[in-house]
Design a protein. Structure first.
Ligand SMILES: Cc1cc2nc3c(=O)[nH]c(=O)nc-3n(C[C@H](O)[C@H](O)[C@H](O)COP(=O)(O)OP(=O)(O)OC[C@H]3O[C@@H](n4cnc5c(N)ncnc54)[C@H](O)[C@@H]3O)c2cc1C
Length: 395
């Protein structure tokens, strides 16, 4: 079959890989001038196979009014002014119940675990490097209550094969001595030995080269305007560079997906920020999540990537201010882990495509011939392998 993919982020590219593997012809249409210039560009790089919880959880509901009043540094949103954003928020709130959170957590845990073996196979097959490392991961908790809450879901996750375990701070320090240089006191940590890291941008570039060698056509600087349909069946794609005749389309357009096709679970954008800095005076090998601040530290090659925050429904976002806030937190909590005074600091912001449940949409749309692989939220890099494989099985 000849399949057209819209979007050359990590989701579009992994989708293309699994379709190529099955012998299909693939054409990718991308509005930017190269791959991974959207949310996949400078993300946290964490392959969080064992730590991919949904954003919506019971403890978050009581915090929503404070978040709406901008009292929470990590999550921000304006009171939704459109029907679409209000609908998203209502559905998000419904996913914060104990029952729905548990269901979503399980589904994400299954998807992310299956990505682990799929990436291992892909690396063997394609010989990719992308600063990949078996880093393992530590999530640190300042409040005992949050640590205990986190421990509640461990046995469920472990029953799926997830190797998360709760450890004391002394144990965490013996695994990663850099923790003793942090300025906060911690109640405990969750350790995931099998978590990995890798640079998504490098991965996308390496995969693009393989895809081109294996017959995939890329059309860059080509913006999809609309999908053409007759009697609820797709017959082509209208773009600013002309018409593409096709009956098989997969929309992998990240946070812009809804502009092209209506997704069964609405996708909004959760803007996040990153800093890429030279290493500091203390080495970091394990990837770190500061759960209280929702800030991640990842070692990617010779650099440190710091990521964090989620801004929803914010009409005017002050990127510079948010990046400075991220820098201030990182420097305050982990002054030795990066060189914050360097002139070689790169900053970036990107829009995560987020559904109310945090579960991505992977499957057919209402229009015959049009499929969606989008809405991967906070863990699109991690989930890309499992979701690329799943969507390829429709063809
Ligand atoms: C700060 C931050 C940190 C993160 N950290 C991690 C992490 O540590 N681990 C992890 O697993 N995930 C992480 N993520 C999440 C992950 O980066 C995203 O979920 C993932 O990149 C989404 O990929 P995508 O391909 O769906 O979207 P994108 O990368 O945004 O790709 C979509 C593409 O579609 C194109 N497109 C859109 N509309 C059109 C159109 N009309 N015509 C043509 N092309 C179009 C866009 O130009 C874009 O290139 C992080 C995200 C952010 C922002």
């Amino acid at each position: 079959m000849h399949i057209h993919i819209i979007g050359a982020g990590v989701i579009g590219l992994t989708t293309a890989y699994y379709l190529c593997e099955k012998g299909h012809k693939v054409t990718i249409i991308e509005q930017e001038s190269n791959v991974a210039l959207g949310a996949s560009f400078a993300n946290g790089g964490q392959l969080s196979y064992c730590f991919s919880d949904p954003l919506g959880k019971p403890g978050l509901l009581p915090k929503l009014p404070g978040i709406a009043l901008n009292r929470d540094l990590a999550i921000r949103f304006n009171i939704p002014s459109s029907y679409e954003s209000l609908r998203w928020l209502m559905r998000f709130a419904a996913n914060c119940t104990e029952k729905n959170h548990g269901k979503n957590q399980l589904q994400l845990a299954k998807l992310s675990l299956s990505s682990m073996s799929l990436l291992a196979k892909m690396r063997d097959h394609l010989n990719l490097t992308f600063d990949h490392q078996k880093s393992s991961k530590l999530a640190l908790f300042e409040k005992k209550k949050d640590f205990i809450n986190e421990m509640k879901s461990l046995s469920l996750k472990q029953s799926l094969g997830n190797d998360n375990k709760a450890i004391s701070i002394q144990e965490a320090e013996s695994l990663e001595p850099a923790i003793s240089n942090l300025t906060k006191q911690y109640a405990g940590a969750i350790y995931s030995e099998s978590d990995e890291v890798g640079d998504t941008l490098l991965f996308c570039k390496e995969l693009k080269d393989w895809l081109i060698k294996n017959g995939t056509d890329f059309h860059f600087e080509t913006q999809v305007i609309e999908l053409m349909k007759k009697n609820s069946k797709c017959y082509g794609i209208n773009t600013n560079k002309g018409f593409f005749e096709t009956e098989n389309v997969i929309v992998c357009a990240g946070s812009l997906t809804e502009k092209i096709v209506q997704s069964p679970s609405p996708i909004t954008s959760a803007r996040g920020y990153s800093l890429t800095l030279p290493k500091g005076s203390v080495d970091l090998d394990v990837s770190l999540t500061l759960s209280d601040q929702r800030v991640l530290f990842t070692k990617l090659g010779e650099k440190i990537r710091v990521t964090g925050f989620a801004d929803l429904f914010c009409k005017e976002v002050d990127d510079d201010k948010r990046i400075q806030e991220l820098m201030d937190i990182a420097q305050d909590v982990a002054p030795e882990l990066a060189d914050y005074d360097s002139s070689k600091i790169d900053s970036w912001s990107g829009d995560r495509p987020l559904t109310p449940s945090s579960i991505p949409c992977i499957g057919p749309s209402k229009t015959e011939g049009v499929f969606i692989n989008s809405g991967h939220g906070f863990y699109g890099w991690t989930l890309s392998f499992a979701s690329g494989k799943i969507i390829s099985n429709y063809f």
